[in-house]
Design a protein around this ligand. Structure first.
Ligand SMILES: [Zn+2]
Length: 109
């Protein structure tokens, strides 16, 4: 499955959604489909600037819980008013034992 990159449309893959009232098939590409979102952090541009970051930069994020892991190449995405918040794929977060509201340490390059 494709991973969404910055500045480009994610290349989605075909998917069949099966529900109690029927099925929906999405063909992928521009016709809609599924993709794995790249791990990223949302930040306000001024907050990012204060720590020397800008939209499109990459940082690492270290989780210091029981299942200590460092996530590399976390994409910085900025927008006015955004709170600093790391978004990970559910499988990645589960591997680290992370839950919503947990904290990580950003490692700047
Ligand atoms: Zn996000």
């Amino acid at each position: 499955m494709g991973i969404a990159e910055t500045g480009t449309d994610p290349v989605s893959q075909p998917i069949m959604i099966v529900g109690p009232k029927g099925n929906v098939y999405l063909p992928g590409g521009k016709g809609g489909g599924a993709y794995i979102a790249r791990r990223h952090i949302h930040m306000d541009p001024q907050e990012a600037l204060a720590v020397g970051l800008k939209n499109g930069d990459l940082v690492d994020a270290r989780s210091d819980g029981q299942r200590r892991i460092t996530f590399h190449d976390v994409l910085v995405r900025t927008h006015p008013g955004w709170r600093a918040e790391v978004h990970l794929d559910t499988d990645e977060a589960n591997a680290a034992g992370l839950r919503n509201g947990d904290t990580v340490t950003l490692i700047l390059r």
